[in-house]
Write a protein that binds this ligand. Structure first.
Ligand code: HPA
Length: 273
């Protein structure tokens, strides 16, 4: 039995033992955005430490729980805390949970993150719907292709579901939340960018940048999941001339402050799925 099967069978058994339906939607909660996990009704909380083949989540603002429960009236699964490449995990380890989700039959993946604004119009606290990405990290699909999950050369022309981006716009306008739409640039971290790197990211077409999300999204698209990505702008990466510095604790604080808006939006979107 491969590791994906072993882990997904363990999770499926825990879900069945708790008398819950199998979720079809999963959410990956980024830095400081674990709050959504606390809003899930009737939760089954499985610490990563109990799940075979799962790693520990070591990043600030990442709790390390898999939660199965109800949000927006639907059974869903949330990862409260993700694995980052900068923590020293391999790309296969970073994206392992997404392969497990595919094995479990998850069809739709929501991914969230804290990000630095590169677009000079963006402000701290803004929510940005990810329309596309630029990957400056190693590609998680490098290596032998596992045909069970998807093709050798996956198409990446429409990574972030137009249908779900439309749904986000509709619900945001009902909620009175304003949304940005932009391109997410993924670097490895753990260093924040130098001013020259931020200028480079802007020049190549980025609106916000971070150290996560893209590996999981690539693996999710490889296995045919529909993907929605959202960034919370936690720092103005374009404004380093003002003497501002980037600080990890501040990033988590700013993400926490925006988490209620993001949660309200995702809850309505899940309800509609
Ligand atoms: N750069 C990279 N990752 C980040 C940033 C940033 O400015 N802010 C939050 N995550």
């Amino acid at each position: 039995m491969d590791k994906y099967t072993e882990t997904s069978e363990y999770i499926a058994r825990r879900i069945a033992d708790a008398g819950k339906d199998m979720p079809r939607v999963a959410v990956v909660l980024g830095s400081g955005l674990g709050k959504l996990g606390d809003m899930i009704a009737d939760p089954l909380i499985i610490p990563y430490s109990e799940i075979p083949n799962f790693k520990a989540s070591t990043a600030v603002g990442h709790k390390g729980n898999l939660i199965v429960g109800t949000l927006g009236g639907k059974t869903m699964l949330a990862m409260q805390g993700r694995f980052h490449y900068y923590e020293g995990y391999t790309m296969q380890e970073v994206t392992f949970p997404v392969r497990v989700f595919a094995t479990l039959g998850i069809c739709t993946l929501f991914v969230s993150n804290a990000a630095g604004a590169i677009n000079p119009e963006y402000k701290v606290g803004d929510l940005m719907v990810i329309t596309d990405h630029i990957n400056l990290m190693p590609n998680p699909l490098i290596g032998p292709n596992n045909e069970k999950f998807g093709p050798r050369f996956p198409d990446m022309t429409e990574v972030y579901s137009p249908r779900l981006r439309c749904s986000a716009d509709r619900h945001a306008s009902v909620l009175g939340i304003s949304l940005r739409h932009g391109v997410y640039v993924a670097g490895t971290g753990p260093t924040y960018e130098t001013p020259a790197e931020y200028r480079f990211y802007r020049a190549i077409g980025g609106d916000a940048c971070g150290m996560s999300t893209v590996p999981e999204v690539i693996v999710a698209r490889h296995s045919g999941m529909e993907v929605f990505g959202i960034s919370v702008v936690t720092n103005q990466a374009n404004d380093l001339k003002s003497g501002a510095v980037n600080d990890g604790d501040d990033v988590v604080r700013q993400a926490d402050a925006a988490a209620d808006r993001m949660t309200a939006l995702i809850e309505r979107m899940i309800h509609e799925i």
